[in-house]
Ligand binder design. Structure first.
Ligand SMILES: Cc1cc2nc3c(=O)[nH]c(=O)nc-3n(C[C@H](O)[C@H](O)[C@H](O)COP(=O)(O)O)c2cc1C
Length: 169
């Protein structure tokens, strides 16, 4: 991997402040392309993504979760779902999410993984949410991505642990 490529990976940091403008359709396309090209168990592609770009719906989700500002003002929220009867739906979906986060960097956008969507979309009390977002039957939510135009400097990586490798040589 070239130094440029490694530096590119370092530019993926969680962004928690976004401009009020919507992202461009070509930027969304790039993110979607990265998602569908992701690795998946037996190439099942056991994912589904609800791309929410309506500000009122994003606010409603925050209200339902009793968590104002949870999406940090992002104008696009991508809710991540996996097909329950697939081989490895959570792994497939989260790998795709990681690829989407890196693709977002390539098109000058920022992302933050937001966990609370998982609680909301899997809560039987809000079962109508999935249907309203066009999610097929039999899919579980694993979280969401806030996606937008960063309104902050890209933060430096926070402290990392390096004692997480063993070497069997
Ligand atoms: C599974 C998961 C859930 C996360 N949930 C949230 C969240 O709900 N809100 C938030 O602000 N950040 C959330 N994050 C972002 C992490 O806080 C962030 O990735 C971590 O602090 C490392 O910072 P970095 O992304 O800038 O490298 C989540 C990240 C992951 C992987």
């Amino acid at each position: 991997m070239s130094k440029e490529e490694l530096d590119f990976l370092k530019r993926r940091r969680s962004i928690r402040r976004f401009l009020p403008e919507q992202i461009q359709p070509e930027q969304l396309k790039a993110i979607e392309e990265a998602a569908v090209l992701s690795a998946s168990a037996m190439n099942e592609q056991a994912w589904f993504f609800a791309v929410i770009q309506r500000e009122d719906i994003i606010e409603q989700l925050e209200e339902l979760a009793d968590s104002e500002g949870a999406f940090y003002g992002a104008r696009t929220v991508i809710v991540l779902f996996g097909k329950e009867d697939a081989i490895a739906p959570e792994t497939d979906t989260i790998l795709a999410a990681a690829d989407m986060m890196h693709a977002a960097v390539a098109v000058n956008l920022g992302t933050c993984f937001i966990y609370l969507a998982k609680k909301l979309f899997n809560d039987p009390r809000y079962s109508q949410l999935k249907a309203a977002c066009g999610v097929p039957e039999g899919y579980t939510c694993y979280g969401s991505l806030a996606v937008g135009i960063p309104d902050q400097e890209i933060p430096k990586p926070s402290k990392r642990r390096y004692d997480v490798f063993s070497y069997i040589r």
